[in-house]
Design a protein around this ligand. Structure first.
Ligand code: ATP
Ligand code: MG
Length: 365
């Protein structure tokens, strides 16, 4: 009878070539069980990929890799369960105990498309089957209510000891924004400490329950307020949004430095308004220059997550509360967003696996 060890199976799985699977996400700990009975081999695998990535094609690739690489002639069934890994951080456990990972979306400069990226990143992760929350940490210019078409007062849930706000929800994303709480006609004059206090309350006084990813849309810039915020929020990592031109890149560099100062890893750079495709001719125009974001990523040694075109449908989607990543999943833009979201998820899970040192603490079989 065939004898398969976990490390043998792991080595075979590492040879899989699939766009939805970064083989570095596979560790001995991913292989939960191997069962050989009569002419049937069953392997149970747990992967930190979104549920949507587990297609029948991927499952067949797992089975085939065992047959080909280990010379197994029995019927092979590979069951794949998905589970996002958790960032281990004492402050996070205290403030956000049910939240596995937190992501800041930031930019050095205003108006580069941070909120657009934050919203579509959240929606894209949720579409892939992750449990996602989004906090509008831009106290001064909240845009989540408009961009996700939600503007109600959150309900209060009365615990025996304390009251908590129930986040609103749309497109499968749980939401909290100062815009839900303040009156549009009576703008609040926020001072720095109040802004970070409000964001802290969005963490502790909201019933987030279990989340794989909680995304924070930060206010633009790298001043004291932003620095206080990134020190207040227990962050797993940050995504920096830039546009291709030089002024914006200088600001993006400042953003990266700010995260370095507080030891928050930058998960990658998104270049927004990368190019424009004329709808009538299909011709591509590089309005703000070419390749600034990818050059910056290379220079700063962080991943380049992708470039998003200028497209009036993106603005219209934002203004009408219908994010592109949800409404037109087959457009190139939505696919780009989905790809960015998967890279962010992969980057986080790779870091968590590394931090947890799973390979070292586990023995074979
Ligand atoms: N790729 C794009 N194509 C077309 N319009 C876009 C694109 N990205 C963003 N926009 C539009 O540009 C405006 C600014 O975008 P957004 O609000 O996301 O930027 P921001 O960086 O969050 O701004 P702020 O610094 O004010 O918070 C919005 O109206 C948005 O819909
Ligand atoms: Mg914004």
């Amino acid at each position: 009878m065939t004898n398969i060890t976990k490390s043998g199976a792991l080595n075979a799985f590492k040879k899989i070539n699939d766009k939805n699977l970064n083989v570095n996400l596979l560790t001995l700990n991913s292989i939960k069980n191997i069962d050989v009975k009569d002419k049937n081999v069953t392997v149970d695998v747990v992967l930190p990929v979104p549920p949507a990535a587990v297609t029948d094609e991927l499952k067949s690739k797992f089975a085939e890799s065992l047959q080909t690489n280990l010379g197994i002639s029995e019927n092979v069934t590979v069951n794949i369960e998905t589970k996002v890994t958790s960032h281990k951080d004492a402050k996070k456990e205290q403030l956000l105990p049910g939240v596995k990972n937190t992501i800041a979306v930031a930019s050095g400069k205003g108006g580069v498309g941070k909120s657009t990226v934050a919203v579509n990143l959240a929606v894209a992760l949720a579409r892939d089957g992750a449990k996602v929350g989004l906090i509008d940490a831009d106290i001064y210019g909240p845009s989540i209510p408009l961009m996700l078409g939600v503007n109600e007062k959150p309900k209060i849930y009365q615990h025996p000891k304390s009251a908590k706000m129930i986040p609103l929800e749309n497109y499968g994303v749980k939401l909290m924004s100062i815009g839900f709480l303040v009156d549009d006609n009576n703008p609040v004059i926020w001072r720095g400490p109040m802004a970070s206090g409000a964001v802290k309350q969005f963490m502790t006084d909201v019933e987030w329950e279990e989340l794989d990813y909680l995304i924070f849309d930060l206010p633009p810039g790298t001043g004291d307020i932003q620095l206080t915020l990134v020190q207040t929020i227990p962050l797993t990592g940050a995504v920096i949004v830039t546009t291709p031109q030089e002024v914006s890149l200088v600001d993006a560099r400042k953003g990266l430095k700010m995260f370095n100062r507080v030891n928050v890893p930058v998960l990658g750079i998104v270049e927004n308004m990368s190019y424009f495709i004329a709808p009538d001719t299909g011709k591509k125009y590089d309005i703000f220059g070419i390749g600034g974001g990818s050059k910056l990523a290379e220079e700063l040694e962080v991943p380049f997550l992708g470039g998003i075109p200028i497209d009036s449908r993106i603005r219209i989607g934002g203004d009408s509360g219908t994010p592109m990543a949800f409404d037109n999943p087959d457009t190139d833009y939505a696919k780009t967003m989905q790809n960015i979201a998967r890279q962010v998820a992969t980057e986080i899970n790779l870091r968590n696996l590394n931090d947890n040192n799973v390979e070292i603490i586990l023995s074979d079989d």
